[in-house]
Design a protein around this ligand. Structure first.
Ligand SMILES: *[C@@H]1O[C@H](CO)[C@@H](O)[C@H](O)[C@H]1NC(C)=O
Ligand SMILES: *[C@@H]1O[C@H](CO)[C@@H](O)[C@H](O)[C@H]1NC(C)=O
Ligand SMILES: *[C@@H]1O[C@H](CO)[C@@H](O)[C@H](O)[C@H]1NC(C)=O
Ligand SMILES: *[C@@H]1O[C@H](CO)[C@@H](O)[C@H](O)[C@H]1NC(C)=O
Length: 292
């Protein structure tokens, strides 16, 4: 009978302990993949998270994997919304986003259109936030016969805009066409004003922290400063975020975030594009501390 007695004492204690752990536990982390990749890319990152923050639920969804990642950005936003929104609704204390490469732009779409999202920290990992203008190996794989100076011909029309890459292709020599034809980035950045501009801005500003990670040895994001919202001017000189129109005019809330003290920018040398999510120095230096 002694055993039964112990049980009656221990069970309530254990129950209280477990309830406590659930309350003070880490927020779930949702990882969104990029162009031509899938959940398999994030094994190491998931392990880093589970080791440093035991008990964290990590979600990496296999939608729009590999070739399907060329699907237009709005379609992908819709699909990722379908799958991530239930996770948000389940997480009373909110969730974190880690969004890699093209995924960083998908996440901005989600944060703009979901009025009651509860994303606490949005970590943008090597994402072309201000657009892409470089014919790196990723592009040559798909457009072997096009050079970057000519890709605007493919991209800046209705047919081209069916491709994700074209949705954020930002040719500094054809800015008027970008502004006129981009169905995604120009709207997300409110560089082409639209009816939902102020609503999207308010939605985006629900995040508590924006963490921008990138670096000069990326090799894919071009210019690499796009991962920090810098971009080329018409002479292909790089303009830093603080001098960009979208920042100065606070078109979608970036300046507000910075003024609030909620914008963190991290740069690392020696990290190629395909290594960002697997590099422990990057994880320890600029990801781990935000995932509480
Ligand atoms: C998202 O969910 C809606 C409603 O269930 C569905 O009609 C739509 O096809 C889904 N879209 C994607 C891209 O999964
Ligand atoms: C939401 O929580 C319930 C109960 O814990 C669980 O069964 C369900 O799978 C969760 N849904 C998602 C999308 O995480
Ligand atoms: C844009 O605004 C219209 C009118 O206010 C609204 O019906 C629609 O749902 C909004 N769309 C998005 C994606 O926020
Ligand atoms: C990891 O990041 C560190 C710090 O920037 C860098 O020196 C190193 O080259 C990186 N390693 C890989 C394999 O990317």
């Amino acid at each position: 009978m002694k055993g039964g007695c112990w049980c009656r004492i221990l069970w309530p204690l254990l129950g209280a302990y477990l309830a406590c752990a659930a309350v003070v536990g880490y927020k779930p982390v949702i990882i969104v993949h990029g162009l031509f990749d899938s959940s398999r890319t994030f094994g190491k990152l998931s392990t880093f998270i589970r080791q440093s923050h035991p008990g964290t639920e990590v979600f990496v969804f296999d939608v729009f994997d590999n070739g399907a990642s060329l699907t237009s950005m709005w379609k992908q936003v819709e699909g990722f919304k379908n799958i991530t929104y239930p996770v948000m609704q389940n997480a009373t204390d909110g969730v974190h986003f880690i969004c890699f490469s093209q995924g960083g732009l998908i996440c901005r779409g989600l944060l703009s259109i979901i009025p009651d999202h509860n994303v606490h920290t949005f970590i943008s990992l090597a994402a072309p936030q201000a657009g892409q203008y470089g014919d790196t190996e990723y592009l040559r794989h798909f457009f072997p016969h096009f050079i970057k100076s000519k890709l605007y011909i493919v991209c800046y029309n209705t047919v081209g805009q069916e491709l994700s890459i074209c949705n954020y292709w930002n040719d500094p020599h054809h800015r008027d066409q970008y502004l006129k034809n981009s169905k995604y980035l120009a709207l997300l950045n409110s560089e082409r004003p639209h009816l939902n501009t102020s609503v999207w801005k308010a939605n985006f500003l629900r995040i508590n922290k924006l963490v921008l990670i990138g670096g000069p040895d990326d090799g894919v994001i071009t210019p690499w400063q796009s991962s920090h919202f810098g971009f080329y001017n018409e002479k292909e000189n790089t303009v830093e975020m603080e001098e960009e129109d979208l920042y100065v005019k606070d078109l979608f809330g970036l300046k507000t975030l910075n003024t609030r003290g909620d914008l963190v920018i991290c740069a690392f040398n020696g990290v190629h594009h395909t290594e960002w999510h697997s590099n422990e120095t990057v994880y320890r230096g600029c990801i781990e501390k935000w995932l509480t």
